[in-house]
Design a protein around this ligand. Sequence first.
Ligand code: SF4
Length: 63
Amino acid sequence: MKVRVDMSRCQAYGTCADEAPAVFTLDEWGYAQAVDDELPPEQEAAARRAAAACPARAIALQE
Ligand code: SF4
């Protein structure tokens, strides 16, 4: 699975890093980026939770 944060939508809520700390890091202003574009299978469930929880719908997952 691939993961991407749409920086035009991210509002720096930080929810994604709370839900999936191994998948997302936050920069000094709180904007998210994916640690790696390609997710290992064991992180996919956390990434889905983070995408569902993102208030800005800024996280795109692709199988
Ligand atoms: S939860 Fe969404 S809006 Fe908040 S930092 Fe993560 S990607 Fe950005």
